[in-house]
Design a binder for this molecule. Structure first.
Ligand SMILES: [Fe+2]
Length: 489
């Protein structure tokens, strides 16, 4: 038990805990913010409130903070606040950390037995006028979008049976329904997955439970206009290992992957499982869509698990820079669903993809994601997997066309949000936090606004942030119109 943070990459450099709840009005802006950017960019930022109880911890265990850049008439205001989870409140009351290993309650201080362990640190989700801070190991916490205060755990008005909710729901751009799921839905290492639909008003209208081939880390899924698609990769949990105080996840390099697919308004009994190649791993799915009888699924794939702590727990001696991968398209023929998916590369390796909301579940022209540009010098240490990205890519999956916004050495880039443009011929705007190291322990951050159709040109505006920012996980853009509608409701 320590009262200082460990001196290792999870807690130093870009990952140095900041732990400050701040509000800053009128950030300095270089360049001109396009007038149509009006609203809020919410970000989920893990930031451990206390040094780890067991002497060390993983980056993705950091307490969730909800952060907001608010855009109003060319002015930008910044705010960040802890999500008041049951876990954060218990630790704040004790003035120390009380929870042990990542997703292992058997390693906790006995005083917090039964307390909700989620840190709500992965994605701020906006649906039906409600802001939810999510993490896949628990239910979301509802946040007041104006004050960033926590309203409490959200269970869809008592209707949700699943104990967990993904940080990657999918919202249909036409029906405005939110499709989501929870895995380990009825407890640790369970194979049960709950597939849920909330209607445009946020009411839970469907919850279908099915059993997965094994208990996998199911970080993301996809919808098309006809199907719900559940790719499953062999990063697996085992109850006995967890109970014995071991790691929640190991990656089984020799084990097969799967894709579960069912009609998106169907029953759990209609799900079919299609076997894929062994050992591969995907955290983020760019999009999926129907193509006649084919279902196309585009994913950021790696040939092993991307998290060093999971590879280590699995006895896999593979360095971060040795991991191969790419943006891959898996094609499933629904006329012949027992045949293996056909897999082909669409683009270079990378992750944290962004899609226009309007393209969700449909054929699409372009996606944006982050990658490592060898010309950008060695990547900065930091972020969830320990190595930060240093370039932004725009990829057209239909023809492989790529445009790149590289960064100077000693810079890092966080996941972009997309802001739609009013002109239908304009691809809209991207915004992302960019960090730069100036010297030992000296990091400064800016929020860059980029023309989504012309990323190579670099930012049209830079918003300077006069305080330290810790690397974010995911973000979400909410327009001023959506915020006003929620206020009026
Ligand atoms: Fe994610």
């Amino acid at each position: 038990m320590g009262n200082s943070f460990p001196n290792n990459p999870t807690f130093t450099g870009l990952n140095t805990p900041v732990r400050a709840e701040v509000e800053i009005r009128d950030l300095e802006v270089e360049g001109v913010i396009p007038a149509e950017i009006e609203g809020a960019f919410f970000r989920a930022v893990p930031d451990p409130a206390y040094p780890p109880m067991l002497g060390d911890d993983v980056a993705i265990s950091g307490d969730g903070m909800v952060s907001r850049f608010k855009f109003e008439n060319g002015h930008v205001d910044y705010a960040i606040k802890y999500v008041e989870t049951a876990r954060h409140k218990a630790e704040a009351a004790a003035r120390r950390s009380l929870f042990g290993l990542y997703r292992n309650p058997f390693t906790d201080d006995p005083s917090v037995a039964g307390v909700d362990r989620t840190v709500a640190n992965t994605t701020p989700v906006w649906h039906a006028g409600r802001l939810l801070m999510t993490k896949e190991d628990g239910r979301p916490y509802e946040i007041d979008p104006e004050t960033l205060e926590t309203r409490g755990s959200w269970d869809f008005e008592g209707k949700l049976k699943s104990e967990t909710v993904t940080a990657h729901p999918r919202i249909d751009p036409e029906t405005k329904e939110m499709f989501f799921f929870g895995y380990e839905a009825d407890g640790l290492a369970s194979r049960q997955i709950a597939y849920c639909i909330a209607d445009k008003d946020g009411k839970l209208v469907s919850e279908e439970w099915f059993e997965a081939p094994y208990c996998a880390s199911v970080h993301d899924f996809a919808i098309t206009e006809k199907y719900a698609v559940f790719p499953l990769f062999p990063t697996t949990a085992d109850f006995d290992r967890i109970k014995a105080g071991g790691m929640h996840w190991v990656h089984e390099q020799e084990r097969e992957s799967w894709v579960g697919i069912m009609p998106r308004y169907g029953k759990a009994s209609e799900i079919r499982w299609i076997k894929g190649p062994p050992g591969v791993s995907v955290y983020h799915i760019i999009n999926a869509f129907d193509d006649g009888d084919l279902v196309q699924i585009d994913m950021c794939q790696t040939d092993t698990n991307a998290f060093p702590f999971i590879r280590e727990a699995s006895g896999l001696k593979i360095n971060q820079w040795e991991i191969q991968g790419g943006v891959m398209r898996w094609t499933i023929d629904m006329k012949n669903p027992d045949s293996a998916p056909e897999i082909r590369p669409l683009g270079p390796p990378g992750d944290l993809p962004r899609l226009r909301d309007a393209d969700q579940g449909r054929p699409y022209r372009a996606t944006w994601y982050l990658s490592i540009n060898p010309q950008g010098g060695p990547p900065l240490a930091g972020g969830p997997v320990g190595t930060a990205f240093n370039c932004l890519m725009r990829l057209e999956p239909g023809n492989g066309r790529i445009e790149v916004m590289g960064l100077e050495p000693a810079m890092a880039i966080n996941e972009p949000a997309h802001v739609p443009a009013s002109d239908p011929h304009h691809e809209g705007w991207l915004m992302c936090v960019v960090d730069k190291q100036y010297g030992e322990g000296d990091y400064r951050s800016e929020l860059w606004i980029i023309n989504a159709g012309d990323v190579a040109k670099g930012p049209v505006a830079k918003v300077k942030v006069p305080v330290r920012l810790r690397p974010q996980v995911h973000g979400w853009w909410v327009s001023a119109e959506q915020l006003a509608k929620a206020r009026a409701a």
